[in-house]
Design a protein. Structure first.
Length: 273
């Protein structure tokens, strides 16, 4: 009974997609291992009628309320409603907006969904995502010099999800599997623009992940050796030697989340330019 988790309702109210709010809520909830958040997400809440339905739902399942509502009138309704219900509520963006206003000496525009405007940065992210999907798992090697980042590593070192995460930040990313006995594309070795990063992990970790995944179709794999730790150790040894020979930095992803790996790669870019 001591290990039984407590559950609580977490209401996330946003005037946009709710992505910022969800990330903030989950980051906070993750600090409390004994409690599990039951998320209720209410995106695109921009008028009184929509908000009234939300507050009714909150009243039916009391819990913590977080919101990103830039319209001051709607924000006041949330604050007053939560106070009346005796529930804690926090405007996630308000303290940050106040800080920016104080430092910059100017008022914010209070525009809903401003971070999702289809400007040049938005289209750059779409372009990066298209490029990344087209260059997954070693595809279209002739275009590697058009990449910002190329990830190399043996199977199950999180190359694809890390590539997609970087693409969502506007970084054109390709990835290539390292397979002993299969040479890397010459166009990669000749490329001068991209930052090439090797992803590695412990043999135990990779074996564990492979045991829970369906065997891929990348050439050079043999089912009998795919999850064998000794074979994986040889693959890793080959990958390390390849990266060292080409002066490519390596990142151990064993205990890193995709976000942490991506942050480490982003940090490498200006340092190696």
């Amino acid at each position: 009974m001591e290990n039984q988790k407590n559950y609580f309702h977490l209401h996330l109210i946003s005037d946009s997609t709710g992505e910022t709010l969800i990330a903030a809520g989950r980051a906070a909830a993750a600090q409390f291992q004994s409690a599990h958040a039951l998320e209720h997400v209410y995106p695109l809440i921009r008028n009184r009628k929509q908000l009234a339905q939300v507050m009714e739902a909150v009243d039916g399942a009391p819990g913590i309320v977080l919101y990103t509502i830039v319209d001051r009138e709607l924000a006041d309704i949330i604050d007053a409603g939560c106070k009346e219900m005796g529930l804690p509520c926090v405007s996630v963006l308000e303290p940050i907006i106040d800080l920016f206003q104080s430092y910059l000496g100017t008022a914010s525009r209070r525009r809903s969904g401003a971070q999702h405007v289809m400007d040049a940065d938005y289209f750059a992210r779409i372009d990066a995502l298209n490029f990344t999907m087209d260059h997954d798992d070693g595809q279209l090697p002739a275009d590697f010099d058009d990449a910002d980042v190329v990830l190399v590593g043996i199977s199950r070192t999180s190359k694809t999800p890390t590539s997609i995460y970087l693409a969502n930040r506007g970084i054109r990313t390709a990835n290539i599997p390292i397979v002993p006995g299969v040479p890397l594309p010459e166009r990669l070795l000749e490329a001068t623009k991209p930052l090439v990063v090797g992803l590695i992990a412990t043999a135990d970790r990779i074996s564990q992940v492979r045991q829970h995944r369906v065997l891929g179709t990348t050439q050079g794999f043999h089912g009998d050796d795919y999850t064998d730790r000794a074979s994986i150790s040889e693959e890793l040894k080959y990958a390390r030697s390849l990266c060292s020979r080409n002066n490519w930095p390596m990142i151990d992803v064993t205990r890193r989340s995709i976000e942490e790996t991506a942050a480490a790669i982003v940090a490498l870019r200006p340092r190696l330019r």
